[in-house]
Design a protein around this ligand. Structure first.
Ligand code: GAR
Length: 173
């Protein structure tokens, strides 16, 4: 599981994996930010962690180091759970069909960043979240699951992001 921040989706994945019969286990949590809060959580859950700041490295070099860590951990799938880096095409292509991303919108709406602000500004009744296969085109791979959440009149991008995360945390079997 690759993260860049809080790692609440990663934590939901970890706890879902502890339920009897869950078909996966989390073998590594890796981040481009050594300060990512999710790393400390994963370490305290006894999960292997890896971090490497991307600053000063080419995208290809940073991706290669992340991919090496993933392979060394024995992972056969990668989940991008709030991993806020665009991946190089080669990395994505080697994992095609085995790399998932959690995106905070009802794709194909609002690919990219600031999804919550854009949904509010558009006057949408609902926002939501999507799990999709990762392909070289950003946020464009096949959608595997979606949950819609209402946008309320008082919502700010921050309050909406929190509600979307609550829905995201229910996505994992
Ligand atoms: C999640 O809401 C996820 O959908 C979003 O970042 C948040 C990470 O939260 N991902 C993206 O915006 C990817 N483009 P978390 O670190 O608490 O799981």
């Amino acid at each position: 599981v690759l993260i860049s921040g809080a790692g609440t989706n990663m934590a939901a994945l970890v706890y879902a994996s502890r339920i009897t019969g869950c078909p996966y286990e989390v073998v590594l949590v890796a981040s481009n930010d050594p300060e990512a809060a999710g790393l400390a959580f994963a370490a305290s859950e006894g999960i292997a962690i890896f971090s490497l700041p991307h600053r000063g490295l080419t995208r290809a070099d940073h991706d290669a180091a992340m991919e090496a860590a993933v392979r060394q951990a024995g992972a056969d799938h990668i989940v991008l759970a709030g991993y806020m880096r665009i991946l190089s095409d080669g990395f994505v292509e080697r994992w095609e069909g085995r790399m998932l991303n959690i995106h905070p919108s009802l794709l194909p709406k609002y690919k990219g960043l600031d999804t919550h602000g854009r949904a509010i500004a558009a006057g949408d009744s609902h926002a939501g979240t999507s799990v999709h296969l990762v392909t070289p085109e950003l946020d464009a791979g096949e959608v595997l699951a979606q949950i819609a959440v209402p946008i309320t009149p008082a919502d700010t991008p921050e309050t909406l992001a929190e509600r979307v995360k609550l829905a995201e945390h229910q996505l994992y079997p």
